[in-house]
Design a protein around this ligand. Structure first.
Ligand code: ZN
Length: 184
């Protein structure tokens, strides 16, 4: 999956988990954070040679340790005393773990070695029209078509999440207004 597909999924999860009552800028920052977290296993860090090999940086164990470190840091900073703090941890976890699932959708069916280092099992759920990049950062027709197919595949999920959230918020607002009318 390219950054495009992962970021769309991160935005969809960010929309679903977006804490209520945030300012516009804080909300936008939260969504950007979710898109970045959905791409985290592909981040260019030393020894991370992602593209065709999905082992330690796409391992369930390694990513859970990273998530535990994030939660621990937030706890030390006193950010887990409220429900909102736990909501953010749940959102980050969903975004990071979505990456492993989405990489298993590649049509090459090599799979993601999520069990590393405990086992050699590879998660593979190939979708015929989702192809792997041959060269990261290339913008030729082949690679743009890969990105386009990811937008067409996962874009509707993001749109659906936005619509459902708006409907839920509108309904909650209507209930609050009804409650006020009953009281007055
Ligand atoms: Zn990846």
């Amino acid at each position: 999956m390219t950054t495009v597909g992962h970021s769309i999924m991160g935005l969809a999860l960010g929309t679903a988990f977006l804490p209520r009552g945030l300012s516009k800028w804080s909300g936008a920052g939260f969504l950007v954070l979710m898109a970045a977290m959905a791409c985290l296993p592909d981040w260019r860090v030393p020894f991370n040679r992602h593209l065709f090999k999905y082992h330690y940086h796409h391992s369930l164990l390694v990513n859970c340790i990273i998530l535990a470190a994030i939660a621990g840091t937030m706890a030390i900073a006193g950010r887990l005393k409220s429900r909102r703090g736990w909501l953010v941890v749940a959102a980050i976890s969903a975004a990071v773990l979505s990456h492993l699932l989405m990489d298993s959708f590649y049509s090459h069916a090599q799979g993601v070695q999520i069990g590393w280092p405990l086992g050699s099992y590879r998660l593979t759920l190939p979708i015929p029209w989702l192809h792997v990049q041959k060269q990261i950062g290339s913008f030729d027709w082949f690679h743009n078509r890969i990105r386009l197919m990811e937008i067409l595949t996962f874009g509707p999920l993001l749109a659906l999440t936005i619509i459902v959230r708006k409907l839920i918020l509108r309904r909650a607002k209507g209930r609050r207004n009804d409650g006020r009318l009953m009281e007055s």
